[in-house]
Ligand binder design. Structure first.
Ligand SMILES: Cc1ncc(COP(=O)(O)O)c(C=O)c1O
Length: 447
């Protein structure tokens, strides 16, 4: 049923052999089967250069920051270049970027700081589609009398109900918290439009780009969002979090911090000692993306971007422009490859009897999704399916993946949630076919 295709026919923009050679963990064998990593939404694999950067930090630069000696100065420099790398990824200035242990911790810290400016009766808008890390930190502010208003979804395709969004954003709104893409069902939200709606009533716009970052280019200037958060471990880097904030907000807001710690942004937003080795790995992950862009054939035809720069009021450095451009090229190649696989995956899934599909399945609407898909199978709970697949070396995820509002809204939370299959750019058509065959077998319809 799932006719294998020659990989390069559909993905000529991405050199998949080169990509896979960068990731040593992809060579693993599990129960005699090649490991098939379809668990990217929970964390991606890392290229060799990230592993090397972390090891190199320990071997040559391991120290705390701001000391008057060589390894400490090297640590300062490594953090500075990692911020510059994130600035190229986000299209912002490097002093608008700060690190933390993960997106959740950073968002709680930001919410507490924003909460200091709010009053009882002020409103915050969250959504049913979001990961709880973009819900619970804002709900904490209910303790101070803030009112949380939750935007619903359109159940038929798990897209945001934009009429409800327009109703919920009103003059009392102080902040709108929205995800760029759903980590459960793959919907890409109209973030630019939502930021405009927020700003029209004088509210701040916070974007959770954790799930979008491995799949599509981020441009905080084009979005005009006030804050945007990501987790490098979801885009081929180490386990940690990173956040962008407009400079004016990072200066004005008062984060909870220790008295002797630096008071200038972005340092004042980084609580305690950071994982410097991971920060070294973040820069390497972004350099991997840039290298992928340079390597991909799509890259050579991509038009130059004019507004990338290291600081809004400074001319963009040549190196910055080159890296930003290379990153954009990489995403073009990534997107084309991923969506070819997604089309194959979704078409195959829809043929399986008893399969319930959540999210956008119409190819005409694929511009509004990333290749993360969610299903249920009649007579098999998601844990049972994930275990069956896991035994065959195919790594998927079951449950709610912390998108709790969504699994409750879809009525599946009490019943094991959903099975999530997450494609990223290092996956192959053969892996999609292996998954589809295994699901066919489980559904009792072995070819
Ligand atoms: C969409 C989304 N937002 C936020 C998070 C939380 O990220 P972190 O693990 O860095 O706290 C996740 C993690 O799965 C996620 O998928």
């Amino acid at each position: 049923m799932h006719t294998p295709i020659v990989e390069r026919q559909s993905t000529h923009a991405l050199d998949l052999d080169w990509v896979r050679a960068q990731f040593p963990s992809l060579k693993q064998i599990v129960n005699g089967q090649p490991a098939t990593f379809l668990d990217g939404p929970a964390g991606t694999q890392v290229p060799q250069r990230v592993i090397d950067a972390v090891r190199d930090y320990y071997e040559h630069s391991n120290a705390n920051t701001c000391g008057a000696f060589a390894t400490s100065r090297q640590s300062d420099a490594i953090i500075g270049s990692a911020r510059a790398a994130i600035a190229d990824l986000f299209n912002c200035a490097s002093d608008e970027v700060f690190f933390g242990p993960n997106m959740t911790t950073l968002t709680f810290a930001l919410a507490r700081a924003i909460g200091r400016e709010l009053h009882p009766g002020d409103e915050i808008v969250v959504t049913t589609l979001d990961h709880d890390a973009n819900v619970a930190p804002w709900r904490v502010l209910e303790e101070c009398g803030v009112v949380i208003r939750q935007v619903d979804i359109r159940q038929q395709d798990c897209t945001l109900d934009m009429d409800d969004m327009r109703r919920k954003i009103r003059p009392l709104t102080r902040l709108v918290a929205v995800g760029y893409a759903s980590n459960a069902v793959g919907t890409i939200n109209p973030v630019e439009q939502i930021v405009r709606l927020a700003h029209a009533v004088g509210a701040l716009a916070f974007v959770d780009a954790v799930h979008y970052a491995p799949h599509g280019p981020i441009d905080v200037r084009a979005l005009d969002c006030d804050f945007l958060a990501c987790s490098p471990y979801k885009f081929f880097g180490p386990h940690m979090g990173v956040m962008y904030g407009k400079r004016e907000h990072l200066l004005r807001l008062r984060p909870y911090k220790l008295r002797p710690a630096p008071d200038a942004p972005p340092d004042r937003w980084e609580t305690g000692t950071q994982t410097h080795e991971c920060i070294a790995g973040v820069a390497a992950a972004i350099d991997y993306l840039a290298e992928l862009g340079r390597h991909s054939s799509a890259g050579r035809s991509f038009s130059p971007e004019v507004n990338a720069g290291d600081a809004p009021d400074a001319p963009a450095g040549e190196a910055t422009l080159r890296r930003r451009q290379a990153i954009l090229n990489a995403y073009q190649a990534i997107r084309r490859h991923e969506m070819t696989l997604a089309a194959r995956l979704i078409a195959g899934l829809l043929e399986i009897p008893g399969l319930r599909f959540f999210g956008i399945s119409d190819p005409v609407q694929f511009a509004h999704r990333v290749p993360t898909v969610a299903i249920r199978l009649a007579n098999h709970n998601p844990l049972e399916i994930a275990t069956f697949l896991g035994d065959r070396g195919i790594f998927t995820w079951d449950g709610n993946y912390y998108a709790l509002n969504l699994t409750e809204r879809l009525g599946v939370e009490k019943d094991g949630g959903i099975l999530r299959i997450g494609v990223v750019h290092y996956n192959m058509a053969e892996e999609v076919d292996r998954l589809l065959s295994a699901l066919d077998e489980l559904a009792g319809r072995k070819n």
